[in-house]
Design a binder for this molecule. Structure first.
Ligand code: G3H
Ligand code: 13P
Ligand code: ZN
Length: 309
């Protein structure tokens, strides 16, 4: 099976009451760890690449690695551009062979967001590529820009029908209280499920996307801190909230910070336990295995997309 777009996998997720994980990938070991978990759990996968990842790894390298993963796994895999901040970047990803793109024009006015998104949709659909857009703004790092808590904004449900109808977009990222990074809440975690409910009533059978959806697992915080790291105050989205979102209209759940923490925790521990090691294969093998175990856990216990490939 070649790379697929997200149309069918998100529709099936909507109908089945589960979500597909969208995992940020930056290097070979992360791709291999995610895909190994997908193979064992027979899960569809979205591998997503940010503009930062494109700069770090060179998009052609990542595309080739993902092509290898597709060939090796036989799974339905979509290669998705995460947080494309311009029409030109989306076109470049599509021309490189990405099968799905996010145009994130949520920092523009409503009309400008519609205009840019519609233009991307026209180009993308002509190439059988699906498009995700965003309404509302999440706190944290977006588009290499730091969005402060006061500049974040929940999605206004009264705008969603017009936005989807005028742009022709295939899925919509909304803001209900999640945020990017490992420090999401100072107090108790809280998500606005009332907004999600309202949006889904207005957009029947339409896939909703949750960004900033890492859970920031305590075991990784503890390991990172135990072996010299500093992550005091890190806090993510409780898994039961993600399970609830996945049972509602949320069909794509974005996960990056949890992967970073699993990778880092493993490497920190490895160096502590093995001070004489300097061959990257010695510490990257367990780090890759740690990604695999994390993604298996997400697939089975949070997303519910095991055996859905
Ligand atoms: O939404 C942000 C993702 O975690 C990607 O982060 O731009 O540092 O690659 P990045
Ligand atoms: P996290 O920082 O919560 O992993 O979110 C990742 C994300 O939304 C990528 O687009
Ligand atoms: Zn995001």
């Amino acid at each position: 099976m070649p790379l697929v777009n997200t149309k069918e996998m998100l529709l099936k997720a909507y109908q089945g009451g589960y979500a597909v994980g969208a995992f940020n990938v930056n290097n070979m070991e992360i791709i291999q760890g995610v895909v190994a978990a997908g193979i064992e759990e027979k899960s569809p996968l979205i591998l997503q690449v940010s503009s930062g990842a494109r700069k770090y790894a060179n998009p052609l390298y990542l595309k080739s690695l993902v092509d290898c993963a597709v060939k090796e796994s036989g799974l339905p895999i979509a290669l998705h551009l995460d947080h494309g901040d311009s029409y030109e970047l989306c076109v470049s990803a599509i021309d490189d062979g990405f099968t799905s793109v996010m145009i994130d024009a949520s920092h523009h006015s409503f009309e400008e967001n519609i205009k840019i998104t519609k233009k991307v949709v026209e180009y993308a659909h002509a190439h059988n590529v699906t498009v995700e857009a965003e309404l509302g703004r999440l706190a944290g790092i977006e588009d290499d820009v730091n969005v402060s808590e006061k500049d974040s904004a929940y999605t206004d449900p009264s705008q969603v029908e017009e936005f989807v109808q005028r742009t022709g977009v295939d899925s919509l990222a909304i803001s209900i209280g999640t945020s990017h990074g490992a420090f999401k809440f100072k107090g108790e975690p809280k998500l606005r499920f009332d907004i999600l409910e309202d949006v889904s009533k207005r957009l029947p059978e339409f896939p909703i996307v949750l960004h900033g959806a890492s859970s920031v697992l305590q075991e990784y915080i503890d390991t990172i801190q135990k072996y010299g790291g500093a992550m005091q105050g890190a806090r993510g989205i409780p898994e039961e909230m993600l399970r609830k979102a996945a049972s509602m209209a949320v069909c794509k759940i974005n996960i990056d910070s949890d992967l970073r923490m699993a990778f880092t925790a493993s490497i920190r521990k490895h160096f502590y336990d093995n001070p004489s090691h300097f061959d990257p294969r010695q510490y990257l093998s367990p780090a890759r295995e740690s990604i695999k175990q994390l993604v298996k856990h997400k697939i089975i216990s949070v997303l519910g997309c095991n055996n859905k490939a």
